[in-house]
Ligand binder design. Structure first.
Ligand SMILES: [Zn+2]
Length: 276
């Protein structure tokens, strides 16, 4: 990645469970069975996969964007080819054009990005690498003594989606007050993308988002506190790589403003199109 290094934002902090949470090992809470475990690391302690955290962050940001536009060039649905910002057929066409016209990487990337929605530009897609990496969140070592808890679930018949009377099962949860270490890196993001990311980060800081299963039962509330948000720009890359330089403080206000400006421009464009 350093061949085209523009910037890096390092985020570090702590995630603490506000309620019990249940990040299941693969299966949903509606599965008929007993003793559904949570995901564990090699030492048997619970952890939150970085991909789970990222998924919640992405969905939240998608929902904010959808609240003001249905334009799939702003926010698409990555799970459905027909609702993706670049559909498979379009991607193939672009690749053919690249080969026919001998576009270099920069030109091809610029073409791709002009069609890639805001969310895919930050979180990645099949054709574009994510700028955001979230490490798996491991429980703070000296705070874990195996204090798993169990909750009763009502077994659901998967065909009728009704409860099967008398069939209870246990599911495992991690109790409230459990601290996990949080670490994320954002490489080469534009200011407006960092501002967009901040909306999600601040929702986690307020404890507004849930992770894992059984959120309808009040489970899954977590709260993020950042201890460090350090930004390294291109000019400081050598200091970052060779010295103790850790970066300058994140300039969230400016980044959020850049995002607001981007939204404003987009809305004006939409207005202009409707008027025209
Ligand atoms: Zn997209």
């Amino acid at each position: 990645m350093f061949d085209k290094f523009q910037s890096r934002l390092n985020l570090k902090g702590k995630v603490e469970t506000q309620t019990a949470i249940r990040v299941g090992a693969g299966r949903s809470t509606a599965v008929v069975g007993s003793d559904l475990p949570v995901v564990r690391d090699a030492a048997g302690a619970p952890y939150i996969p970085g991909s789970s955290f990222k998924g919640v962050l992405r969905s939240y940001i998608e929902s904010i964007l959808r609240s003001f536009t249905k334009d799939i060039n702003v926010v698409c649905n990555p799970t459905n080819n027909d609702e993706q910002c670049i559909k498979r057929e379009k991607l193939k066409k672009l690749r053919d054009k690249r080969d026919d016209n001998k576009w270099n990487d920069d030109k091809y990337t610029a073409k791709l990005l002009s069609k890639t929605c805001w969310v895919c530009q930050l979180f990645g897609s099949l054709w574009y690498a994510s700028k955001l990496q979230i490490r798996d969140l491991y429980v703070e070592e000296d705070q874990w003594f195996g204090q798993y808890q169990h909750r009763d679930g009502v077994a659901i018949d998967r065909d009728t989606e009704t409860s099967v009377t008398g069939h209870l099962y246990d599911f495992e949860v991690v109790p409230a007050g459990t601290p996990f270490e949080f670490q994320a890196i954002v490489d080469n993001a534009k200011d407006w993308q960092l501002g967009m990311l901040y909306l999600g980060i601040s929702a986690f800081e307020k404890g507004d988002l849930t992770i894992g299963g059984a959120s309808s039962r009040g489970l899954g509330v977590i709260k993020l506190s950042l201890n460090a948000a350090d930004y390294i720009n291109r000019k400081k890359i050598m200091e970052y790589l060779t010295e103790d330089y850790t970066g300058e403080k994140a300039n969230w206000d400016a980044w959020v403003q850049a995002f607001k400006d981007k939204v404003k421009t987009q809305l004006e464009e939409i207005d202009a199109q409707t008027d025209g």
